[in-house]
Design a binder for this molecule. Structure first.
Ligand code: SIN
Ligand code: MN
Length: 272
C-alpha cells in the first residue's frame, strides 16, 4: 500500500535504516541499554542506568489491572525503544510491507499493521501475507522471545513466569494521530499463553475490559512510551482496545517522531 507513514517508515531514525537482524539486538546479555539487557529481576535498583531510563519512578508503579493483566510503566529504556523502533521500521518495509488491514465486511483499519513470525489477517494466521503481497513474513527473532520471557518475569514478579514461554508471532501496530482500535479479543491463537504488549511513542488510552462483552466494566489506563502490559491467565481473552492516541506526547528520542508503535507478542499454538 502506498499510504505514507508519517513519523514511522518515513522518519530517519537515529540508528539509521538497519534491518531487524542487526547485531545490536541479537545475542549477548547484560548490556544496560540493549534489548537483550532488559529488566530481569524484581530488584529495585541498578537494573539499568537511570540515565537511560526516562522515568525510573514510573517503572516501580507496576499495577494489576485485572487478574493476570499487569501494567508496568517505563519498562523499556529509551535505548531499547530506539532499537525496537529500528527493528520495526525494517519489518515495515518488508518482506510484507506494513498496511491498513482490510476487514471482511469492507472496512479498513485505521491502525497500520505488519506481522512477524505468522501473519494475521481477519481472522486467521498464515505464514504468508496473502492480503498484502503473498510474501512469507519475517522470522520471529530469538531476541524477541527472550524479551517476551523477561517481560513475564517482570510483570508477574516471578522468576519462573517466562519459563517455556515461546511467542512465535508479533503484531506491530502503528497509530497515527487519528488511529483507534475497537474493542476486540485476541482469540485467533490456539494457546492460552499471555500476550506481551510493548508501547513506544505517543501515549494512548488503552481500554481493558472483561471476557464477556465489549462494553463495561472496563478500565482505562494510559500506555506511554516504554510501558509493558501483559495479559494472561483469567484476563487472556478479555476485550481491549485503543480509543485514543494523545498526539505529541512521545519523546522523539524513542526513534519515533510522532505516532504510537505497539508490539504484541503472542503464542499462536500453530505448527508449520
Ligand atoms: C492490540 O490489541 O493488538 C494492540 C493493543 C495496543 O495497541 O495497545
Ligand atoms: Mn488485541
Amino acid at each position: 500500500m502506498s499510504t505514507p507513514l508519517p513519523g514511522f517508515e518515513d522518519f530517519e531514525g537515529p540508528a539509521g535504516a538497519e534491518g531487524p537482524g542487526r547485531p545490536g539486538v541479537s545475542g549477548g546479555h547484560g548490556g544496560s541499554d540493549r534489548l537483550d539487557g532488559a529488566v530481569d529481576s524484581g530488584e529495585s535498583g541498578g537494573r539499568h542506568s537511570p540515565a537511560d531510563d526516562q522515568s525510573p519512578d514510573r517503572h516501580d508503579s507496576r499495577r494489576e489491572i485485572a487478574p493476570g493483566a499487569v501494567h508496568v510503566p517505563g519498562w523499556l529504556t529509551v535505548a531499547q525503544q530506539r532499537e525496537l523502533v529500528t527493528a520495526c521500521r525494517g519489518w515495515a518495509r518488508g518482506p510484507a510491507p506494513i498496511r491498513h488491514t482490510r476487514l471482511p465486511r469492507g472496512g479498513v483499519m485505521s491502525v497500520q499493521t505488519v506481522c512477524i513470525g505468522w501473519h494475521w489477517q481477519p481472522y486467521a494466521y498464515t505464514r504468508t501475507a496473502d492480503d498484502v503481497n503473498g510474501a512469507r513474513v519475517a522470522e520471529f527473532p530469538v531476541w524477541m522471545v527472550d524479551l517476551g520471557r523477561r517481560a513475564l518475569v517482570e510483570a508477574y514478579q516471578d522468576s519462573a513466569a517466562g519459563d517455556g514461554y515461546t511467542p512465535d508471532t508479533a503484531l506491530i501496530n502503528f497509530y497515527d494521530d487519528q488511529a483507534k482500535l475497537g474493542m476486540h479479543q485476541d482469540k485467533e491463537e490456539r494457546s492460552g499463553a499471555p500476550v506481551v504488549s510493548l508501547s513506544i511513542g505517543d501515549t494512548c488510552v488503552f481500554r481493558f475490559g472483561n471476557t464477556e462483552t465489549r462494553t463495561k466494566p472496563y478500565t482505562d489506563i494510559e500506555l506511554a512510551s516504554g510501558d509493558l502490559f501483559v495479559f494472561g491467565g483469567p484476563s487472556r481473552f478479555a476485550y481491549h482496545g485503543v480509543p485514543k492516541v494523545r498526539p505529541g506526547t512521545g519523546d522523539p528520542a524513542s526513534g519515533l517522531a510522532g505516532g504510537r508503535l505497539n508490539i504484541t507478542m503472542r503464542v499462536t499454538g500453530l505448527d508449520g
